[in-house]
Every structure is written in structure tokens, then in C-alpha cells.
Design a protein around this ligand. Structure first.
Ligand SMILES: [Zn+2]
Length: 132
């Protein structure tokens, strides 16, 4: 068993607080697509950049909803069978307390999360073609 009672209480408190914050705040608002301010330079790359910002904003919304769901799932685990909480869904190993402190809703250990995310190649490719 990885977590002490006190550690679990700390994490539960963090989860409850997180849930309160998330359900109150609601989804992040996406600002309308205004480019007039940035027109000064007359840069034609402005529009794609804006679209990129929009997609980042909506990805953030999706992510926040996902977090709230995971926060509730974690709280359910703590209520039903607290031994299930803090155990990696991928490999059944204990998730490090430090990771849980940063992300009390974490369902995967660092190793499994890394496998899930995969290598990040998108940004590198974009940078290469944008500035030629
Ligand atoms: Zn794992």
C-alpha cells in the first residue's frame, strides 16, 4: 500500500476542492475571432495562428470536462474502496504520491501516461514548414 491515511485525506481534500472549482467555473470561453488589432504587420500568417488558438481553446474545454469526470471517478473510488485509489489503471502499480499531489485525479502512473501520450512530433513538423 502506497498511501497513508493522512496522504489519502490530503488528496481527497484536493479532489473535493478541485470539483468545486471546476463545476463553478464551467467551460473556458472562446473569444471571437478578431484580427483587426494584429493587422498592423500585415502578416498573412495571422489567420492560421488564430485558428490554432481556437483549437487550443476548445481542446482545453474538452480537457477540463475530462478532468471533472476523472475527479468524480477518483472520489467515487475513495468512497467505495479506497484501496483502489492511487493505483495505476494501466499496470496496477501504485501511483507516486508526488504525482497524485499534483494531479489527484491521475489514473495512470508516469510510465503508462507516457506510453499513452506517445511521441510529440506535431510541433516540430509545423515549425519546419512554416518558416521556409
Ligand atoms: Zn502504470
Amino acid at each position: 500500500m502506497a498511501l497513508t491515511k493522512a496522504q489519502r485525506a490530503t488528496l481527497k481534500g484536493a479532489l473535493l476542492e478541485q470539483r468545486r472549482g471546476l463545476s463553478k467555473k464551467g467551460p473556458v470561453k472562446i473569444e471571437p475571432n478578431r484580427t483587426s488589432e494584429a493587422k498592423v504587420g500585415g502578416d498573412e500568417d495571422e489567420q492560421p495562428l488564430n485558428e490554432m488558438m481556437q483549437s487550443i481553446a476548445s481542446a482545453r474545454n474538452r480537457n477540463m470536462e475530462g478532468v471533472l469526470g476523472r475527479v468524480e471517478k477518483a472520489l467515487r473510488k475513495l468512497d467505495e474502496d479506497e484501496e483502489l485509489y492511487g493505483v495505476c489503471d494501466g499496470c496496477d502499480e501504485d501511483i507516486a504520491f508526488g504525482r497524485l499531489k499534483a494531479m489527484p485525479w491521475a489514473e495512470l502512473c508516469v510510465a503508462c501516461q507516457g506510453k499513452m501520450d506517445g511521441p510529440r512530433t506535431g510541433h516540430t513538423r509545423k515549425r519546419l514548414t512554416d518558416y521556409t
